[in-house]
Ligand binder design. Structure first.
Ligand code: NAD
Length: 354
């Protein structure tokens, strides 16, 4: 199947979900000359109207209407609706960029992948950090990293509380780790607790990769400061990547020993807005019919690892409850729902307990 095109020859794009993040998708599409931005759909008609007015595009009344009006769609609805909205659009023959996490369950992620394959459509997942200039600067110099320290901390806002912090924030770093290490994760140990919501608000995971690399990953949405950092060590080198500042520093050991000498290099990073680079990559994938870097398969892999982390957290919480009568962390209702829905497949939970 070839890429569809409008009479202007440009890809016709639309945004579904005009909330906090969909608003950013709309802003960036509005700025891009390479696309024809045909409109916005939201289940909340007033919300759609307000954002459509701001960016001077039509409101699209239904998903079905998009079939004849668009070629490619950004989906920024709550995670729980990703699969339902995404599959409908794919069945209409549209290419789809779905915000992260790809879906609420692995079964739903599989449903998206199957529907995309059946309809020969592109699925990209919104793992926007892959387009962060700091990550792009670091990737070419990665050489057998063995130890990672990752922190993604934020202050509390009443947003994205439909998912645990693992699926909201940590999943960004899990995706980056999979892309950097390029090896299967053999062991996951994690702890996490609900603090201000009924879901896990702060979590720490220790991941071990097949080649021996170890990553300590912390994610929190109840911190007093905003931190977005990944630091890692490879032979004679330390690399510090700041997602928020969008820069990366490479520190090398020129002379080891009691009076060491170091070399410092600020890695050259492109000055692009990550979301813009992500949407441009999506449009490029739609045009070329080549799988995007953050493909549905990559999105599923990140979701699977997040699911294993969540499984380990639940196992830890259960063991604390069993072995202690003191104030043990309780498993949130949200996590229980995910467990019942099949997100935390039994085998994954068992694997993490071993
Ligand atoms: N990549 C990132 O860094 C990043 C950052 C923030 C949010 N997100 C993701 O973006 C998605 C949206 O998050 P948000 O913070 O913008 O949420 P939000 O609640 O602010 O907005 C969601 C919007 O979707 C609409 N909606 C709900 N169900 C719908 C449906 N079935 N059809 C059409 N519209 C529907 C709502 O009316 C609302 O306007 C989430 O999946 C979230 O994880 C990603």
């Amino acid at each position: 199947m070839t890429a569809p095109a409008s009479t202007s020859g440009k890809i016709r794009v639309a945004v579904v979900g005009a909330g906090e993040f969909g608003h950013h998708h709309a802003r960036v599409f509005r700025e891009m000359d390479s696309v024809e931005f045909v409109g916005i759909h939201d289940a909340d008609a007033e919300r759609a109207k307000a954002v459509a007015a701001e960016f001077r595009v039509p409101v699209i009344a239904s998903l079905e209407e998009l079939q004849s009006r668009a070629d490619a769609v950004s989906v920024a609805v709550p995670t729980i609706a990703h699969a339902q909205v995404g599959c409908a659009l794919l069945q209409y023959g549209l290419d789809v960029l779905i915000e992260k996490p790809m879906a609420a369950t692995l079964a739903e992620a599989d449903q998206l992948l199957t529907t995309a394959a059946r309809n020969e459509r592109i699925v990209q997942v919104g793992h926007v950090e892959r387009f962060n200039p700091a990550v792009i600067a670091v990737l070419p110099i990665v050489h057998r990293p063995l130890f990672f320290e990752v922190h993604r901390l934020g202050v509390f806002t009443p947003r994205s509380l439909d998912v645990d912090v693992i699926f909201d924030l940590m999943i960004h770093d899990l995706d980056i780790l999979l892309a950097v290490v390029k090896e299967p994760v053999t062991e996951v140990k994690a702890v996490g607790i609900p603090v201000l919501s009924d879901k896990v608000d702060i979590a720490h995971a220790r991941l071990e990769f097949a080649g021996g690399a170890v990553a300590n990953v912390t994610a929190s949405r109840v911190s007093t400061e905003r931190v977005r950092k990944m630091r890692f060590f490879q032979q004679h080198e330390y690399i510090s990547l700041d997602y928020a500042r969008r820069d990366a520093l490479r520190v090398g050991v020129k002379r080891p020993g009691p009076q060491p000498e170091f070399s410092f290099e600020k890695l050259p990073a492109p000055e692009t807005e990550p979301l813009r680079a992500e949407l441009e990559a999506f449009v490029q994938a739609v045009k070329t019919r080549q799988p995007p870097v953050t493909s549905g398969v990559a999105g599923r892999a990140a979701l699977e690892l997040a699911t294993r982390v969540m499984g380990s957290i639940l196992a830890h919480a259960a063991s604390v409850n069993i072995h202690s009568n003191s104030t043990s962390p309780s498993v949130s209702d949200g996590s229980k729902v995910l467990l019942e829905k099949g997100v935390l497949e039994k085998s994954l939970v068992e694997k993490s307990v071993q």
